[in-house]
Design a protein around this ligand. Structure first.
Ligand SMILES: Nc1ncnc2c1ncn2[C@@H]1O[C@H](COP(=O)(O)OP(=O)(O)OP(=O)(O)O)[C@@H](O)[C@H]1O
Ligand SMILES: [Mg+2]
Length: 368
């Protein structure tokens, strides 16, 4: 028997009630610790992405939520009710949870429509057909309803799998790297379709990815994991603009790393001082600067020539240009930095440019 208890601890951070909550989960495979400790909640209608490097425990967390991995420590709550306590678990098929894993397998001998109808056995024939067609409209595959999986592209198969998992109206949907088998162009389109279908469904979504840009595209909230622990949980804007440490800052894109020291509550950089927040006087720090925070311009009167940077190379990357720069640091060392400017900005080699630092995209962390 499963204890049905309600809990307020499962409430999502901003006060919306949690539809799915993992509380103080810990998980080992033999001697290997996959999850040290993890607490996380997802509200109805919300997409939460679990983001982190390979092996940090993302799939394990999802499998525990699905009931595919036996719970060892902690609790899982669905709609405020405990569905898993160590030793007492609701089986996966009774959890009202839909899943879509990386190797989503369609039934090869069933048509598209029959694949989608698979989880709808409790509906009458007519209601089932209506629901199947509604879902196929949703993922833009109504005209393929009689086809078989081998007659579909990878992206179409993925959309059928998504329709199949959403058809029974699960309260929660779990996705593990659902786009990883698609090529880049197809991925963008399928991601877009998936986001619309998830939002339309109103389900709470927990999706695993190791791609920060994909997480920012899909997520209302992102949970960054490292070595079996949650490092930071927040909106994409919070994580990108206010990373709690260098690991999170670097996970969201390339950064320039400048060494520094806290002096009088500030850290000097070749582009001006930054506040050192609450770090101790004399502490060694790394200043992390996003390439787009180094705004280049032509040298004009009033610019301190000692602050000028030299262009080593310029490359057009499409929407942005990447400029390789060289500058002399205070200690006389030469630093190699990257700047990213919008559109086409291709100064010639050896040109001297001025730099303005956008403080909002520069972060000071203690050196570790
Ligand atoms: N069935 C298993 N038996 C033993 N160890 C496992 C098992 N599954 C996972 N692990 C280990 O647990 C840790 C976490 O694995 P998990 O699959 O949750 O990581 P992940 O974050 O999903 O990684 P990836 O991004 O590579 O999919 C890893 O060290 C992994 O090697
Ligand atoms: Mg995984």
């Amino acid at each position: 028997m499963i204890a049905i208890a309600t809990s307020s601890e499962g409430a999502a951070k901003d006060g919306a009630p949690a539809i799915l909550a993992l509380e103080e989960i810990h998980h080992k495979y033999g001697a290997v610790t996959a999850i040290e400790v993890l607490s996380l909640s997802v509200a109805a209608g919300e997409v939460v992405c679990l983001l982190g490097p390979s092996g940090c425990g993302k799939t394990t967390a999802l499998r525990i939520a699905a009931g595919l991995e036996r719970l060892q420590q902690g609790r899982v709550l669905l709609d405020g009710s405990v569905i898993a306590d160590p030793g007492r678990e609701l089986p996966p098929e009774r959890r009202n949870v839909g899943f879509l894993f990386q190797d989503y397998a369609l039934f090869p001998h069933l048509s598209v429509a029959d694949n989608v109808a698979f989880g709808l056995q409790n509906l009458s024939g007519r209601a089932r057909t209506e629901r199947v067609d509604e879902m196929l409209e949703e993922v833009n595959l109504i005209r393929a309803r009689e086809r078989f999986p081998h007659e579909l592209s990878g992206g179409q198969q993925q959309r059928v799998a998504l329709a199949r998992s959403l058809a029974p109206r699960p309260h929660v949907i779990l996705l593990d790297e659902p786009f990883s088998s698609l090529d880049a162009r197809m991925r963008d389109q399928v991601r877009d379709n998936t986001l619309h279908a998830l939002k339309q469904s109103g389900a709470g979504t927990l999706m695993v990815t190791h791609d920060a840009e994909e997480a920012m595209f899909m997520a209302d909230k992102i949970a960054v994991m490292r070595r079996g622990r949650l490092v930071q949980f927040g909106s994409p804007v919070e994580l990108y603009c206010h990373p709690v440490n260098a690991f999170v800052a670097e996970f969201f894109g390339e950064v320039n790393r400048l060494p520094g020291t806290v002096t009088g509550g500030r850290v000097a950089t070749p582009f001006g001082d930054l506040p050192s927040r609450d770090l101790a006087e004399g502490a060694a720090v790394d200043v992390l600067v996003r390439p787009e925070a180094l705004r280049l311009g032509h040298i004009h009167e009033g610019v301190d020539p000692s602050r000028a940077v030299k262009v080593i190379a310029s490359r057009m990357l499409g929407r942005t240009s990447l400029i390789h720069l060289c500058i002399n640091a205070a200690n006389g060392e030469e630093l190699h930095l990257h700047s990213r400017m919008p559109g086409r900005f291709l100064p010639p080699e050896n040109a001297m440019l001025s730099v303005e630092l956008d403080h909002a995209q520069a972060f000071v962390f203690p050196t570790n």
